[in-house]
Write a protein that binds this ligand. Structure first.
Ligand code: B16
Ligand code: MG
Length: 216
């Protein structure tokens, strides 16, 4: 039974995944580490400092904690500039309709985003009011692929895990949803998301009817 849908933010609700890519790319260029879209797939859904660690090890760079924090801050400054102008027009196609339909049909709505910027992005998109629960980086200890963020969202919603659908664009996110015993829907790359229960190419395919069907 479908009782709740828990959304990832970046890459599912809006295309901030592209801005994360650009912000990391800018930083990687500055510190001379090769960076492309394929490598970036590994960073999706992963926290800020963990992402930086992956970039540093790719470049075989060893830095002090203080230097790492400074670089992570620099990436976040790049990112904040890029998201400055986000507006409701930046909602990915079909998402607003889906949020409204879930509401009308009494299905609860949760957010499971590794991003510390998540609440600010929801505000800019004008959709904060649709969310019954928000689990973001400030509420959890372990990031995706650990299931903690999805379990926390479901607990806040008061819904059994098996009655939840999680929607993700990242490999680490799909792993987290499966580990949480929820139904996993992947948006995007069929290869990296192959462990999802259902994969769509774009958010237009995420209709309420289809989600109900999947849950049976
Ligand atoms: P921040 P999600 C994740 O958000 C992004 O996919 C990932 O690329 C980013 O590094 C992470 O948030 C942390 O974001 O630097 O804003 O705290 O996909 O879980 O919504
Ligand atoms: Mg994502």
């Amino acid at each position: 039974k479908l009782e709740a849908v828990i959304f990832d933010l970046d890459g599912v609700i809006t295309d901030t995944a592209e801005y994360h890519y650009q912000a990391w790319k800018q930083l990687a260029d500055e510190i001379g580490v090769p960076f492309d879209r394929e490598f970036n797939e590994q960073l999706k859904g992963i926290g800020r400092l963990e992402s930086l660690e992956l970039i540093l090890s790719r470049g075989e760079l060893q830095l002090t904690e203080a230097e790492k924090i400074a670089l992570a801050d620099r990436k976040n400054e790049n990112y904040k500039q890029l998201i400055e102008s986000i507006s409701p027009d930046d909602l990915l196609p079909g998402i607003l309709t889906l949020l409204k339909q879930l509401r009308e049909n009494g299905v609860k709505i949760g957010l499971a985003s590794a991003s510390k910027n998540a609440p600010a992005v929801l505000e800019k998109l004008g959709i904060t009011q649709y969310f019954d629960a928000i689990a973001d980086a400030s509420k959890i200890k372990k990031g995706k692929p650990d299931p903690e963020i999805f379990l926390t969202a479901a607990d806040l919603l008061g819904v059994p895990y098996r009655n939840c659908i999680g929607i993700e664009d990242a490999e680490a996110g799909i792993a987290a949803i499966k580990e949480a015993q929820m139904t996993a829907v992947g948006v995007g790359n069929r290869e990296t998301l192959k462990h999802a229960d259902w994969i769509v190419d774009t958010t237009v395919e995420l209709t309420f009817e289809r989600l109900v069907e999947i849950k049976g």
